[in-house]
Design a protein around this ligand. Structure first.
Ligand code: FAD
Length: 390
């Protein structure tokens, strides 16, 4: 690893920010990560396990993790649970397994918070491994403002810091992106979809067993709304209800109403989730909004670049938001390595290479909602139900 003179700030210590920091450090850049929240490792120590969602990590994401550091990839992915297909649950409780591929191809369930914690730990490991601080993690450090000059000046907590360039990984509501819009003629689009989500959970069985098959992504498709569940390492499942805002705000605004709704729409899921959990979730859990963000270009000269949700937030139905963010890191690092004409050319090429692919995946993500909530009910499955009813 050749040491570099240029210093980098990564804004946001989420999944993509951590991988970007690790990748840049491996290339010899000293990196400072500005994260507005506290260290999630302390939250877990104080409060025990915290609510999280789980994500499907696919080959796209795994390839990027391995590109940054193969041994690190195996460490952070230690607890993944492969899902070789989806399991469709109909109203009568029948289940149909639909395999993703002929050869056991799989996507993999992983806890988002746990993955973030492991990546933060890796940011500290790299300092130990290299015997110097290559990644300086600064928590409670919000990007408040930035100024472009010979160097990039970051203002955080009233202090100024200077860097040669910055990488904005601060998520869908990115402050880096909105500050950059003053410097770049950036096309920008933000669009909410009429779907809200509520997180639920399915506990492990009385003997610590999985209550449904762990190696499937479970879907209860009901056309206008659906329920999904992905397995966790502790044999519970994280489950998510998706439905139109009108339905959730008018008909599922209390736990009691949600319970009646689950009795009629998801009776088999209700049995394993439990009445109390449904009531408590719909009485207490926040309702999540889903939106798409896209912008173009993703960079400003050789001074700033946006990666992950900051550049392209997508709806979660294709399971590719984080995976694409990880891929952004791999492609950026490759271009920085290959570019003989400097960082500015690498950033320009990055925007050129990424924009059509990212637009396409945003559309695929939106289209896959129809697939998951509706089209997964195969004609064969419907026919079998008719035959069973004879
Ligand atoms: P974030 O995870 O949003 O991290 C941004 C970080 O920046 C945060 O830590 C935040 O605190 C920090 N920050 C924000 N503003 C500032 C500031 N001003 N200064 C400093 N720090 C700041 N993706 C998949 O690949 N597979 C899936 O199966 C999948 N399922 C999903 C299911 C749901 C219900 C949802 C909502 C999303 C899902 N996603 C999935 C998408 C995935 O969660 C995101 O794409 C991913 O988390 C993006 O990572 P990020 O690091 O770019 O942004």
């Amino acid at each position: 690893m050749a040491a570099r003179n240029e210093t980098v700030a990564v804004i946001g210590g989420g999944l993509v920010g951590c991988l970007a920091a690790l990748g840049l450090a491996r290339k010899g850049y000293p990196v400072t990560v500005f994260e507005m929240r506290g260290d999630p490792r302390n939250d877990v120590a104080k409060q025990g396990s915290l609510r999280s969602i789980n994500l499907a990590v696919s080959d796209r994401g795994i390839r990027a993790l391995k590109y940054v550091d193969e041994a690190m990839a195996y460490r952070v992915l230690e607890d993944i649970i492969p899902m070789t297909g989806r399991m469709i649950h109909d109203l009568a409780g029948n289940q149909e397994s639909q395999q993703y591929g002929l050869y056991g191809e799989a996507i993999n369930s992983i806890d988002r918070r746990q993955l973030n914690i492991r990546l933060l730990e890796e940011c500290e490991n790299i300092n130990k491994e290299l015997g110097k601080t290559m990644v300086d993690l600064r928590f409670h450090s919000k990007l408040d403002d930035l100024k472009m000059g010979e160097k990039v000046t970051i203002i955080s907590n009233g202090e100024s810091f200077q860097f040669d360039f910055i990488v904005g990984c601060d998520g869908a509501y990115s402050a880096t992106r909105s500050k950059l819009q003053k410097h770049v003629r950036m096309n920008y689009k933000q669009e909410y979809i009429d779907t809200c989500y509520v997180e639920l959970s399915i506990p492990a069985g009385p003997n610590g067993e999985f209550l449904i098959d762990a190696n499937h992504l479970h879907i209860w498709p009901r056309h206008e709304f659906m329920l999904i569940a992905l397995a966790n390492h502790d044999r519970s499942f994280t489950s998510t209800f998706f439905g139109p805002w009108g339905l959730v705000e008018k008909n599922l605004d209390t736990g009691a109403k949600a319970l009646e709704f689950f009795k009629s729409q998801f009776p088999d899921a209700l049995k394993i989730i439990g009445h109390e959990r449904i009531v408590s979730a719909f009485d207490n859990h926040p309702r999540g909004a889903l939106m798409q963000v896209n912008c173009d270009p993703y960079h400003f000269s050789d001074k700033a670049i946006l990666l992950g949700d900051a550049a392209h937030s997508m709806v979660p139905f294709y399971g590719q938001g984080m995976n694409c963010g990880f891929e952004d890191v791999r492609i950026l690092l490759t271009l920085l390595d290959e570019s003989s004409s400097g960082r500015s050319a690498a950033f320009e090429k990055y925007t050129e290479l990424r924009k059509d692919d990212l637009k396409a995946i945003l559309k695929l993500a939106l289209d896959n909602y129809k697939e998951m909530s509706h089209k997964v009910v195969s004609p064969w499955f419907l026919l079998r139900k008719k035959v069973d009813a004879l």
